[in-house]
Design a protein around this ligand. Sequence first.
Ligand code: FES
Length: 694
Amino acid sequence: MNTLVHDGSSEKLPFHAGELAIQQQAGTLAEAAWLGQRMIRDHMPEQHRLFFHQLPFLMVGSVDDSGQPWASMMVGAPGFIHSPDAQTVRINAQPLPGDKLAENMRDGARLGMLGIELPTRRRNRLNATVEHIDDDGFTARVEQSFGNCPQYIQTREPQLVKLSGPVQVHEYAVLTPADRALIESADTMFIASNAAASADTANASAAGADISHRGGQSGFIRVEDGRTLLLPDFAGNRLYQTLGNLHLDPRAGLLFIDFDTGDYLQVSCTASLVWDGPQVAAFAGAQRLLRLKVVGVRRLANSLPLRWSARSYWPQIESTGTWQQADRAIGLERKANEWRAYRISGTRDESASIRTFFLDAVDGLAVPSYTPGQFLPIRLPAAAGGLQRIYTLSAAPDGQRLQISVKRQGAASSWLHEQSTGAVIEAKSPGGAFTFDRSRNRSAVMLSAGAGITPMIAMLDGLLPNDGSQVHQLPIYFVHGARNAQEQAFAEELANKRASHRNLFVHLVHSQDGDAWSEAVQARPYRGRVSIDLLKKILPFDDYDFYLCGPQGFMQELYDGLRGLNVRDARIHFEDFGGDSPMRRMADTDAPAAKVELVDLASASPAAVKFHVSSKEITWQPEDGTLLELAEANGMTPLSGCRSGNCGTCASRVLSGRSGYVSPPGAQCAPEHILTCISIPLPSAAGEPLVLDL
Ligand code: FES
């Protein structure tokens, strides 16, 4: 629970130290401050008061005498929750028979409340202090009130039923097989947490319990053993109220509902966060994982007087994974360097020359995850010359299939454009360093021309999903140049996103007139080219990160122009697949010295290199050039793009040994990887070779 309510002062934030710590680690500190001051109120707005009034049940988070949080449900005919004024909520119901909530309900108790309307996926949160308890229920003073989005909620219609016979309460320490089955098939969970008064909170008297919803596909929670649960933490409101509480006090109370039988499973546990690692990377939609060690279980039968209609999943649920899919992806990750077959399962024309290809994995296994903005290395069949190319993925990952958008402009792209559904190509795992930097929390300007629109569309898809949620809250200016309306790709996609995201500003620029223009995306495209002069006209004064993708002359001109306006080099990101010459950068004068080891190619000493996958061992000499050139000269066909250290395409994992860069890298690559196009081997003291995963 938050400990400070926004009172109009810009200095006070509605977060306690635990929430701030998690926001800082997640890189959302500035966003959360902006959001929190607008979202969190010290009263219930009229809309929330009416919303709670119509609910047949209420989720409640409470804390027992030992400080253990409990997640509970209270049930009544609609109208049992009543708000006589904006500061007060009245609940005319009693805790369910056998529920710990009855013991935790006392004058002065700080409760977390979640109103959730499953048929419509609406939900609102409320934190309140109990002021009066009587035979009919209790009255509480509203401390905080805020809305939550409908993400991850499965719809079900609840129905009140009359129960007969006594409630059965079973308490034990280890999950039973029936508990495990319920949890492993669950698509919905509620979690209560607590920021105790004695914990590190700015206002201890205001500390208390919270309760929140977690949802996913059936199979999104793993029971690792009888005592440990593991579940993904998907993108949410970026305020991290639950995780912030757990940062201060790791005790949590879970509630699972058996929607078939009405059984009610309360699980006490201690939580820890897993911030990264292969399981986080492999679980579609996961930003981190929550590991919960079970310390106690209570199963209530014949207590909950509700039964439920069949489930209907949240429409975007397939953008999230299951543990079964994640396990497959981890297995596939180990095969990232291998070509896999993909079948073209559909196509869509985005413009007169750009076509999108939807790719399904032929082996039926999960498709690899990736970060929007990355590219897919592909290889055409031998009958098409076995050509290798890299094409940008043009949508955020959905865990189901891959999507590339290809401009017809050469042998490989022409072959692709001539294929119909069913054709098979090969692809390796996605790569590339041109991705949106979410740690910066700044307004962004995306500048593209021609086919350079594809990574921007993928990033936009990740930042502003079509479900109406917003991963990025700050303004995004999308500026794109095309020849005319016929060559304008993704116009409909941009129109849809613009209609549902008020922080997206689209500016299209056409160098020629065209017909059949849709005014849904922009009344009239600008006439001309994307230029610094145009940016000066359309961009309000702000602190931006710039993303560039398009023909090299286009990017160099804009890069030089932005640097001329004193935009720092570190603020300008670009996708450079190489051209006649690599992009020229001007380093920031105050940039820290590069941490990479720079070496002089001409004076380097011979060194042994081993290519692990190809089983080749070679003694490198300075005249062999870079490791990329050495591999190619020895019959290998590693992927490459810019060949100047700017795109990340040639990155290879170093299994052992030493290497150095002959020029500063412009692209970043994963830990233990190097850009082979600007790397050479260095001799080791023990004479061990440099071993590359190639
Ligand atoms: S090929 Fe672009 S970084 Fe090496």
